[in-house]
Design a protein around this ligand. Structure first.
Ligand SMILES: [Zn+2]
Length: 267
């Protein structure tokens, strides 16, 4: 099994504004491309070709996030650069369906898309303004081969539910319910012998979020309040993840921390 770390979207919420200089210059969209003997699996898809060609198609969130128009960052282009075609990608494993994670779904129409059932229901509900803006119709509409699972059930693992035996995925790839950010938000763990890689999605945004309250950046505190669908659950999830950060057997990272992304590229 070979794992590639891909940045599938560059976000610049501060746009150089001095008043917002505490926000990093660049926020990444950390995705994984996993090569096995018989499958090519993407963990999250970042922003898609259409989003990176025309960020305005993402609505007001494209301005809030500072989406940079650059199609070379799409998973579609990066998969091609690694010598594959989009049709070679057999499975997409989604931490959740927010627009900066689900944008590439339309670029891989041949793939099965694994996502928590509660997340898909929320994304399709369009029940309020916030849901309509964070979940974009063009990412999830049409002929998508959804494979849903129940993220609330599974074997206990480090204080989380480890969802196993997902149809069509190799046994080394498992989902972990990480509730709070969205209704069906999950992490993805990849087991290698006694060690694990854990992609925690948007359970936190900056590695300092896993430290004490005073170490947490102000911008992530504010952003968390804005986007969490269940803030108390999200805090519980973050606390449980902080306990994993110093476990030498687990390489933990989130979707958007550029330092964690750079560190992953060198390990
Ligand atoms: Zn995100």
């Amino acid at each position: 099994m070979k794992i590639h770390h891909l940045n599938c979207g560059s976000l610049c919420p501060s746009r150089g504004h001095k008043i917002l200089r505490a926000i990093p210059e660049e926020i990444v969209c950390h995705c994984l491309l996993i090569e096995t003997a018989h499958q090519l699996i993407l963990v999250d898809t970042g922003l898609g070709l259409q989003d990176l060609r025309e960020p305005r198609s993402l609505g007001p969130m494209s301005y809030l996030l500072g989406v940079q128009a650059d199609t070379s960052l799409s998973a579609y282009e990066q998969v091609k650069k690694l010598g594959f075609s989009s049709a070679d990608v057999t499975d997409l494993v989604m931490t959740h369906l927010d627009l900066d994670h689900a944008g590439g779904i339309p670029d891989f129409r041949m793939a099965r898309v694994h996502v928590a059932g509660t997340e898909l229901t929320a994304a399709k509900s369009r029940k309020n303004f916030r849901f309509r803006e964070r979940y974009r119709t063009h990412h999830i509409a049409g002929d998508v081969k959804w494979q849903t699972f129940d993220s609330s059930k599974g074997e206990a693992w480090n204080g989380f539910n480890l969802v196993q035996e997902l149809a069509g995925l190799p046994p080394e790839i498992l989902l972990v319910g990480l509730p709070g950010h969205t209704p069906g938000h999950c992490g993805v763990v990849v087991q290698s012998g006694e060690s694990w890689i854990m992609h925690a999605g948007d359970a936190y945004y900056d590695e300092r979020d896993l430290g004490t309250a005073s170490e947490q950046p102000l911008w992530t505190k504010a952003f968390a309040r804005l986007v969490h669908t269940d803030h108390p659950e999200a805090i519980k999830t973050k606390t449980a993840l902080a306990n994993l950060k110093n476990d030498p057997k687990i390489q933990l990272f989130c979707s958007h921390d550029p330092k964690e992304f750079q560190a992953a590229l060198t390990t």
